[in-house]
Design a protein around this ligand. Structure first.
Ligand SMILES: NC(=O)c1ccc[n+]([C@@H]2O[C@H](COP(=O)([O-])OP(=O)(O)OC[C@H]3O[C@@H](n4cnc5c(N)ncnc54)[C@H](O)[C@@H]3O)[C@@H](O)[C@H]2O)c1
Length: 261
């Protein structure tokens, strides 16, 4: 009697309803991953799922709700099997000076980008630790690595997220589990366009590429902003066994914008 082949393990993409998370789902699906998608936006999740060739389960969840995250991760594993790969892409953005930003903005951005991310990492990471296998990629930001005007709230949330992932990578290394960060620069999504005076005007793209020395922003040496698929490719690589000796890293995918300072 032959034992039935165990099904391909699950890859969970959190923040898959649009933008980089949607592109990540499309790239990973093309690469043969068996996906489960989560996000707080159920309609966006359905739209992403409709773009994929095979049916994919979707789980609406707001990652600020720790109990809901625990429940969803438990349900995914019970219904679809072990999560072998986690791409955590969900994040929120705001601008404002350190001195004048609204305290509610600080709270909200840290609730999602730091505490919410930790809830996901704890729920998924503990299950991976028990099985002694898995790989994790979290999307940070190049603003975690260089001071940017009006990016104190967002940049510091991504700096905290980056260090949490690197410490997690250290703690999980003895179990053979890797954890890395992909740090995008300007990437053409709704989040990026919210920064521009007119979201549909290419002046926003030119502004990002040219930089603004009055704001101490040097521009993008490679002369383009990223497509979401550029970020997804880096996520796919770091999740894969081709990156089996890479952990605790932050890979900047920003066209050189931070001069990797
Ligand atoms: N677009 C850029 O230029 C850029 C640059 C650097 C880093 N990033 C990072 O890349 C990631 C994706 O950004 P994007 O540009 O695709 O943004 P986006 O706004 O298009 O997508 C973010 C996704 O996260 C989800 N999300 C937000 N809060 C959530 C919550 N509480 N619970 C569950 N899901 C939640 C949203 O519903 C959305 O689907 C973010 O972490 C962002 O900080 C983006």
């Amino acid at each position: 009697m032959t034992t039935p082949a165990s099904p391909t393990p699950v890859t969970l993409v959190v923040g898959a309803a649009q933008g980089i998370g949607r592109a990540t789902a499309e790239t990973l699906a093309r690469g043969g991953h068996r996906l489960v998608l989560a996000d707080r936006d159920p309609e966006g999740l359905r739209k992403t799922a409709a773009l994929l060739d095979t049916p994919v389960p979707v789980y609406p969840v707001d990652i600020r709700d720790n109990d809901a995250v625990e429940y969803v991760v438990h349900s995914i594993e019970a219904e679809h099997g072990p999560i072998a790969h986690l791409a955590h892409v969900a994040g929120v953005f705001t601008t404002g000076s350190v001195l004048d930003s609204d305290p509610q903005d600080w709270q909200y951005i840290f609730d999602v980008n730091v505490t919410g991310m930790v809830s996901v990492l704890r729920a998924v990471g503990r299950a991976m630790r028990e099985r002694r296998s898995g790989s994790i990629v979290v999307v940070g930001s190049n603003s975690a690595g260089v001071p940017r005007m009006d990016m104190g709230v967002y940049g510091s949330s991504k700096a905290a997220a980056t260090m949490i992932v690197r410490v997690l990578g250290l703690e999980l290394a003895r179990y053979g589990i890797r954890a890395n960060v992909v740090a995008p620069g300007s990437t053409d999504t709704a989040m990026q366009r919210s920064l521009w005076t007119d979201p549909d005007d290419d002046a926003g793209v030119r502004g990002a590429i040219e930089g603004d020395l009055s704001q101490f922003k040097v521009g993008i040496p490679l002369g383009r902003i990223a497509d979401p698929a550029d970020i997804a490719d880096a996520i796919e690589f770091l999740l894969s066994d081709r990156a089996r000796h890479i952990t605790m890293q932050a890979l900047y995918v920003d066209g050189g914008a931070t001069l990797r300072a």
